[in-house]
Design a protein around this ligand. Structure first.
Ligand code: ADP
Ligand code: NI
Length: 202
């Protein structure tokens, strides 16, 4: 009951923070990641409170957020403590959200994420592939004024440089299983897209 109330508080706080975010770290992304992480966490026997709490706050410290939306890790841990979450649990959550991003993946070899961290990271990566991942990539490009293809900053190059790689970075058995269908869909979409633009270019 206590934990349920704390999660509800976190949910409201983050939703208010991210509701106007337009670059792919919006509230709907967070809310999908939290649901996916809960599903994976159940299958993998992770601690569901840490999993859901970390999923809910995973993007609020992202460097890509605008200054008005971005929080420091201290602000996040202070807020979690203010919601009555125990110090040790707050530390577990902080350890996850400061180390789970794609950019930091090299560092995880020395000290891997906790099971809950691996779960949230899988959920976050799953949301970057499949139909939703494709939609997010085009939304991101639209917000930045990047083209769909034909330049280094295009969506198709982003597919090659990041999205096609995510399937092989999945941590958990459940994540690996869920990534398969989404990865296949991404490949199919990219192949069809390529076919159509080749006709156009002739
Ligand atoms: P993460 O939350 O894993 O750190 P990012 O912040 O890199 O992910 O990206 C958030 C969303 O924006 C993802 O769906 C990602 O695919 C998309 N995105 C990031 N960079 C680009 C880009 N250069 N072109 C198109 N989409 C992008
Ligand atoms: Ni995310």
């Amino acid at each position: 009951m206590h934990e349920k109330g704390q999660l509800e508080n976190i949910r409201h706080w983050v939703k208010e923070k991210l509701i106007n975010e337009r670059t792919g770290h919006d509230w709907l992304h967070t809310s999908r990641v939290a649901a996916l992480a809960l599903y994976i966490g159940r299958e993998e026997h992770a601690n569901l409170f840490v999993t859901e709490a970390a999923a809910l706050v995973h993007d609020v410290i992202d460097a890509k957020l605008s200054e008005s939306e971005r929080l420091t890790i201290c602000e996040v841990t202070e807020q979690l403590a203010a919601f009555g979450i125990a110090d040790g649990t707050v530390k577990e959550i902080a350890d996850i959200i400061t180390r789970m991003s794609f950019r930091h993946r090299g560092m995880l070899r020395e000290r891997p994420l906790s099971l809950e961290g691996k779960t949230v990271q899988d959920a976050d990566m799953l949301d970057a592939i499949g139909a939703v991942g494709i939609a997010r990539a085009f939304t991101f490009a639209g917000a930045k004024g990047h083209p769909m293809y034909g330049s280094q900053a295009s969506v198709l190059v982003h597919f090659e440089e990041k999205l096609f790689l995510l399937k092989d970075l999945m941590n958990t058995k459940t994540g690996i299983r869920l990534a398969e269908e989404r990865h296949e869909f991404l490949l199919r979409f990219a192949a069809q897209f390529q076919k159509e633009i080749e006709v156009q270019e002739r």
